[in-house]
Write a protein that binds this ligand. Structure first.
Ligand code: ZN
Length: 245
């Protein structure tokens, strides 16, 4: 391995630019990965929510059917009782008896009417629930298939990105090992405060980071490969063309 002190500052700056390229790539990959947990959560929650809705509606449908069955039994029983009361009517001998039987008839009839009213409402609910449950079933099946394939895709993507990160990191560290520690530390320190861009080139005789014009003397120094820090933004300035000399 080349010793750091064997490389000129110019050569080290050239390597530093490559380190920065790798670091930017790593940052971008980390950023892409950072969206995955939320995405996965959303996809899983989507399925869970539908399952919950489906269960709630299905449970209610079962309940409604039971209530309807119960009302039908009640209706049958009341109709039976009404029939009995009606049969008693021709045999009553007093007004008092007649009134009592009439009251019985009225009570049974009211219960029958009430049960029929409730049945109508419940049958209505049953029919709309059956439609909802059937729609939810279709929706659930589609969503599970769609979201699961998306989840698999994201998980695969995540593994691929991890592989790329490991490779880039190795490559980056290999290059960084040829750069002197103080220069690397300086780079790291600048990067932290400058959104990841610590090394910039000269653009139109100005600092490529902050656009502050550079005196000719400084440009000469930069071209010669001298480590130059922008007085305004604090970034390392290099000249791309001369780095390749
Ligand atoms: Zn600057």
């Amino acid at each position: 391995m080349v010793q750091p002190n064997k490389l000129t500052m110019k050569e080290q700056l050239k390597l530093l630019l490559r380190v920065q390229e790798y670091d930017s790539k790593l940052l971008e990959l980390d950023m892409r990965k950072s969206f995955f947990p939320d995405l996965l959560k959303q996809l899983k929650t989507g399925i869970e929510q539908l399952k919950k809705n489906y269960k709630e509606k299905s449970d209610r449908l079962i309940e409604v059917k039971k209530e309807i069955d119960f009302l039908e039994l009640e209706l049958e029983s009341e109709e039976e009782k009404l029939k009995g009361s009606n049969e008693k009517l021709p045999n009553v001998s007093t007004n008092k008896e007649y009134d009592a039987v009439q009251l019985e008839i009225q009570t049974h009839q009211e219960k029958i009417d009430d049960a029929e009213q409730k049945s109508i409402v419940l049958l209505d609910e049953q029919s709309s629930l059956e439609k909802e449950v059937s729609d939810l079933e279709t929706n659930l099946k589609d969503t599970v298939a769609k979201n699961k394939s998306r989840i698999k895709e994201i998980e695969k993507n995540s593994v691929e990105i991890d592989d790329i990160i490991v490779k880039i990191q190795l490559e980056r560290d290999k290059i960084a090992s040829k750069i002197s520690k103080p220069l690397l530390n300086k780079y790291r320190q600048i990067r932290r405060g400058k959104q990841g861009v610590a090394v910039v080139s000269i653009v139109d005789r100005a600092c490529g980071g902050c656009r502050q014009a550079l005196p000719p003397q400084r440009i000469q120094e930069i071209r010669a490969g001298k480590l130059t820090i922008c007085e305004n933004c604090g970034r390392i300035i290099v000249e791309l063309e001369t780095l390749d000399d």
